[in-house]
Design a protein around this ligand. Structure first.
Ligand code: IPM
Ligand code: MN
Length: 350
């Protein structure tokens, strides 16, 4: 029995989670996987109900689960809260308390979404990148504060924090194209200089993997002008946050980008996008990033590669049949809502 903590969160979170649940229930049936689902409050809705974005009850629930499945958090009504009470702080605390240092964000180009990308036809053919974003260190967790007339955030990394993330990148690079891009700002930041040292050290363990070091500013440019050169990327927390949103343009929409946060006893699966409050409750959100995050859960928590691929193939099939939510719709698409998209994908699993 796989116990999953389900945290729908804010904005479009509940809709995309409902959609993904239709898919996961179908997977459970077809592949005979025994799940039990336990819903918890998290994010802005949890703050409204209990005064904390990550209440004690939810903490207990996630620590007592085999996986966490999260929708999205945040919204304008919580923007003016003290930083520590914001839904986003709850998310950082959740990742930290589970020890999820390794955030995996696969970015794949779908030829079918050719009309949605800003590149010339054919330019992205075959682009398939995996970003490893360090998730529990760097500026998001360093000491921060205010002075009389200023403010500061601190970036700090230990060797160990870098090592364990980078090693995961090498492991995957060795199984794929044996090329690893490490992205930093070593011409300016001391933490980035350490990052490079550690990458060189881990490289000795994986000598057949070729490492390319790129400064983050150049990496942002290269992702646009020559994305085909990338296969596996390792980078620190903030750079990974920014570059993964940028890379979403390759997938046609942020609504296509799943993520897995790994490294803890309990791993977490969530779409890479936010809570899109502007379309919340309208059955317009794209559930595919969330559904593909379920595929990652099947792969990493359930170790069921067949089931993971069945979900990924079902997504391909539904897109190939011309169905699309508004964000990925082209001139010929059959536009469907969140619920219908999820049902179409569930029905394509066999
Ligand atoms: C993400 C999000 C979060 C992050 C926010 C909501 C705290 O942007 O998962 O990429 O910065 O990690
Ligand atoms: Mn982000």
């Amino acid at each position: 029995m796989i116990k999953v903590a389900v945290l729908p969160g804010d904005g479009i979170g509940p809709e995309i989670v409902d959609g993904a649940m239709v898919v996961i229930n179908k997977v459970a049936e077809v592949f005979g996987i025994d799940f039990s689902f336990h819903y918890g409050q998290f994010g802005g809705v949890a703050y409204d109900a209990s005064g904390s974005p990550f209440p004690e009850e939810t903490r207990k629930l996630v620590l007592d689960s085999d996986a966490v499945f999260l929708g999205s958090v945040g919204g304008p009504q919580w923007d003016n809260l003290d930083r520590t009470l914001r839904p986003e702080s709850g998310l950082l605390a959740l990742r930290k308390s589970l020890g999820l240092y390794c955030n995996l964000r696969p970015v794949k180009y779908y030829n079918l979404l050719e009309s949605k990308v800003i590149w010339k036809p054919g330019y992205l053919d075959g682009v398939d990148i995996v970003i490893f974003r360090e998730l529990t260190g760097g500026a998001y967790f360093g000491e921060k504060g205010r002075t009389d007339d200023g403010a500061y955030d601190t970036i700090s990394y230990t060797r160990e924090e870098i090592y364990r993330l980078v090693e995961r990148g090498f492991e995957l690079a060795q199984k794929r194209k044996k090329v690893l891009h490490s992205i930093d700002k070593a011409n300016v930041l001391e933490t980035s200089r350490l990052w490079r040292e550690v990458v060189a050290e881990v490289n000795q363990k994986y000598p057949d993997v070729k490492v390319e070091h790129l400064y983050v500013d150049n990496a942002a440019l290269q992702l646009v002008i020559n994305p085909k050169q990338f296969d596996v990327i390792v980078t620190e927390n903030m750079f990974g946050d920014i570059l993964s949103d940028q890379a979403a343009s390759i997938a046609g929409s942020l609504g296509m980008l799943p993520s897995a946060s790994l490294g803890g006893k309990v791993n977490l699966y969530e779409p890479s996008h936010g809570s899109a409050p502007d379309i919340a409750g309208e059955d317009k959100a794209n559930p595919i990033a969330t559904i593909l995050s379920i595929a990652l859960m099947l792969r990493f928590t359930c170790s069921n590669e067949h089931a993971a691929q069945a979900v990924e193939k079902a997504v391909d099939k539904v897109l190939a049949a011309g169905y699309a939510t508004g964000d990925i719709a082209g001139p010929e698409s059959k536009i469907v809502g969140t619920k219908e998209m999820a049902e179409l994908i569930a029905n394509s699993i066999n």
